[in-house]
Design a protein around this ligand. Structure first.
Ligand SMILES: [Zn+2]
Ligand SMILES: [Zn+2]
Length: 240
């Protein structure tokens, strides 16, 4: 399993950090987690195109996680090579309404030559070609989910969230946790800081922890992160 970190940022525009997004490759399938602003362009920078993606999972509807979904789907129709292979889109509760709204504004996002399947997965497991996709609801928006992708190894994504015991259970023993840690110290509703994340990691004991969804507060961080913590950078790649 390979995890490529496409972006590590937030709603705050940054030249250093694109909005948080990740690409998981396993069993020859490519899974894109979140499609915030400029993620389609970022895929190109790393030699991927929209047609390389088999599955998109949206953690929640905030613009920094979904803005480029319409760009992505538009490119599937009107790119150099129109997309032919099926695309699965997974999101939390309300995803059907979200997509209906999107396609009402942008009818061009509806597929021309390929099959688009939308699956709502609020809490449960979905078998995607032998890859297990598991979700659980988290404290951020009503549609917010955390994601676990397992095939021999397991990687979990927190999405945007605050602390909950459920989350620790969900992350238990994961090979890799890619988590939001919006702020080193600041407490903001619906997000994590280092102390809250430490509590989750103490309870869940994931083998590796990568901190992402980083607000500019991190630019002034003077502390030291110890194992298993690692601060994410755009372009980082992890082989599991
Ligand atoms: Zn966000
Ligand atoms: Zn958010």
């Amino acid at each position: 399993m390979n995890v490529k970190i496409l972006g590590t940022g937030t709603s705050i525009p940054s030249l250093k950090r694109l909005s948080s997004s990740y690409l998981v490759t396993t069993k020859g399938y490519r899974i894109l987690i979140d499609v915030g602003p400029s993620v389609v362009r970022r895929l190109l920078e790393f030699d991927y195109s929209v047609n390389d993606i088999d599955l998109i999972i949206i953690t929640h509807f905030h613009v920094d996680h979904t803005a480029d979904l319409s760009t992505f789907l538009f490119a599937c129709n009107y790119g150099i090579e129109p997309r032919r292979k099926p695309l699965l889109l997974i999101g939390g509760p309300g995803s059907k309404k979200f997509f209906k709204g999107l396609s009402a504004i942008y009818p061009w996002v509806l597929p021309n030559f390929y099959k688009l399947t939308l699956k709502v997965l609020a809490r449960g497991i979905y078998n995607f070609h032998g890859i297990s996709i598991e979700t659980v609801r988290v404290n951020h928006n009503s549609e917010s989910i955390a994601i676990k992708i397992s095939h021999e190894k397991s990687v979990v994504f927190s999405g945007d969230t605050s602390y909950s015991r459920n989350l620790s259970r969900f992350f238990n023993d994961a090979d890799l946790l890619i988590t939001e840690c919006s702020f080193p110290e600041r407490k903001v509703k619906g997000h994590l800081n280092l102390a809250m994340l430490q509590r989750i990691v103490d309870e869940a004991r994931p083998k590796r922890v990568i901190l992402s969804h980083l607000y500019p507060d991190w630019d002034d961080f003077k502390g030291v992160l110890h194992e298993p913590f690692l601060l994410a950078e755009d372009g980082m790649e992890i082989e599991l």
